[in-house]
Design a protein around this ligand. Sequence first.
Ligand SMILES: Cc1cc2nc3c(=O)[nH]c(=O)nc-3n(C[C@H](O)[C@H](O)[C@H](O)COP(=O)(O)O)c2cc1C
Length: 209
Amino acid sequence: MSIIEKLQWRYATKKFDTTKQLSDEKLLTLKEAFNLTALSYGLQTLKLVVVGDKQIREHLVKVSYGQRQVVDSSHLLVLCIQTIIDEEDVNKHFDTIKAIRNTPDNILDPFKAQMKSTIEGMPLDKKIGWATKQAYIALGNLMTVCAIEEIDSCPMEGFMPADLDKALGLEAHGLKSVLLLPVGYRAKDDMFADFKKVRKQLSETIIEL
Ligand SMILES: Cc1cc2nc3c(=O)[nH]c(=O)nc-3n(C[C@H](O)[C@H](O)[C@H](O)COP(=O)(O)O)c2cc1C
């Protein structure tokens, strides 16, 4: 399949095959893809919580408005943002750059100072909004990688984040959930798999100047 055929093959899976599991290798590919997502400033203030346990996930159906994908999929990926983003994150980021690239302080210091002042100057709600946008980038990346790997997925905003955070004890990790991505394999009788894609014509969505 070409990449376009793979993107046409993917759809928001409504019914997963409960008997099929992702291999450890496929799961690792998704974890690596998440970690390789390009994020603003390169600051990785997102975390991916991978929930395999079916008992835990059964409790999440209610907070996901009855959407069974959260439990019927092979794994549930929960895209989370940190509740606190501060200069500690900037320090850690620059320590990592230094350790990996051996870049001298005199080159890094001006960038570090600029990043710190931007982060410090952001009110909390703006930081949350900014981090949330980063989570959507990771979601898009994961969905595309799923399509390439022929893994089915369903992007989900339809859940109650505060209740899900409570159920998974995310607060103790300093995290808030933003998006869900159940991943696995489509059930043979998921009628949505055969629906034609509904998209505008390219002439309506692309402007060439
Ligand atoms: C951010 C986001 C949130 C979504 N939330 C849900 C959801 O809660 N439940 C669901 O069944 N589909 C959800 N969808 C799936 C969309 O409805 C679907 O992607 C869109 O209609 C296009 O269809 P397709 O993905 O099958 O091509 C969501 C999609 C995105 C991108």
